[in-house]
Design a protein around this ligand. Structure first.
Ligand SMILES: [Ca+2]
Length: 362
């Protein structure tokens, strides 16, 4: 099933535009790299030119404080991975007008009774720490747990690709070098800190550990919460949960506001009059589905009503999303929902994270 989100085809032009606009900093680097393919297959890179490309990075590595020893260890006998290239090209670009399936089947799979039950176990096991992280960052305990659950099934599925090899392959491949070359160098910086190479495994696109962070996100947002001085997002649940909170805090989570609420929409709502007024600057297939922003007071005046949730403060701003079309459950989504999209730009992803968090905390 192809949903509308980043992992299924966040357009190259959007990413390049973001980079060219100088948005490649804190706000524009998601926790994971969006999948992105769409150019004709080329011949696989040859080993000699790959090795030449890698050797050419030595100066950049040195400038970042990466020792020759670390660089040599990381790149010795390194080859491009054909499997990574195949996976990277496999998704293909998603046309802006391609049909989007209903959310409900996805919700049943990703907000399952099993995931809710295991989330409650993680919640109970880390209760004291989670409370402290929420106090420090404003990020709800259950959101940290839900991201952990959604990303890696609470640490059960973290990926087994060698990160250095995957990132080197994608950087050398060149289509997204602007994204992956810095990530390769960031991975070497993590090695330089003493993290063993065998720990640096993850998705084919370079996401690693319990929260599936890109290496640059690890360097920026990862935190040590269990007090051993090392932010171990690969083996420590406290560290991983605190690191997720760190990400969300930096990305602008607003304390005390929900991510959104399920609502019923009155028959006859004039949806055309509510269309978004601005052209999205990133992942348009995700943002184009949202209405324009209105206050909760304005939504209430139009007859929208909460379904099983408390109505937020009247001044909170929200957009309307009807993922299964009119007459089905709809959602009013706050700016905190946009923070979840910052982590992974997909409405299905963000909705199911929010709903899993609500279910875990009940
Ligand atoms: Ca630690």
């Amino acid at each position: 099933m192809r949903e509308e989100g980043s992992r299924q085809g966040y357009g190259r032009r959007v990413l390049l535009a973001a980079l060219l606009l100088g948005l490649g900093g804190a706000q524009a680097v998601p926790a994971q790299a969006p999948l992105n393919a769409g150019e004709p297959n080329r011949a696989a890179p040859t080993a000699s030119s790959f090795a030449g490309y890698i050797e050419g990075l030595r100066g950049k590595a040195r400038a970042l404080g990466i020792s020759d020893r670390t660089f040599n260890n990381a790149t010795a006998q390194l080859t491009a991975s054909e499997r990574v290239l195949v996976l990277d090209r496999g998704a293909g670009p998603t046309a802006l007008d391609a049909p989007i399936p209903d959310f409900e089947p996805y919700r049943r799979q990703h907000v399952s009774a099993a995931l809710i039950a295991r989330g409650r176990t993680v919640y109970a096991a880390n209760r004291a720490l989670l409370g402290r992280f929420e106090t420090e960052t404003g990020v709800p305990e259950a959101i940290m747990v839900a991201i952990f659950g959604h990303e890696t099934s609470y640490g059960a599925v973290t990926g087994d690709f060698d990160l250095i090899r995957s990132l080197a392959t994608l950087a050398y491949d060149g289509r997204r070098r602007a994204l992956f070359e810095p990530e390769l160098l960031a991975a070497m910086q993590i090695l330089e800190r003493g993290v063993p190479r065998e720990r640096l495994v993850g998705s084919y696109a370079g996401a690693t550990g319990y929260p599936q962070f890109l290496p640059s996100v690890y360097l920026r947002d990862a935190r040590d919460a269990d007090g051993d001085g090392f932010a171990d997002i690969w083996r420590s649940q406290p560290d991983a949960l605190a690191s997720i909170a760190g990400y969300f805090q930096r990305a602008g989570w607003r304390k005390g506001e929900p991510w959104g609420i399920a609502v019923s929409v009155p028959a006859g709502l004039n949806r055309a009059a509510l269309a978004g007024r601005t052209e999205p600057t990133r992942c348009p297939r995700v943002f184009n589905r949202h209405s324009r922003w209105q206050s909760m007071a304005e939504w209430r005046a139009m007859g929208l009503a909460p379904v099983g949730a408390a109505w937020p403060d009247d001044r909170v701003m929200a957009t309307l999303l009807e993922p299964d079309g009119p007459g089905k459950t709809a959602y009013l989504l706050t700016s905190n929902y946009r923070v979840i999209l910052d982590y992974n730009c997909s409405n299905f992803y963000a909705l199911s994270v929010g709903l899993l968090a609500d279910a875990v905390s009940k």
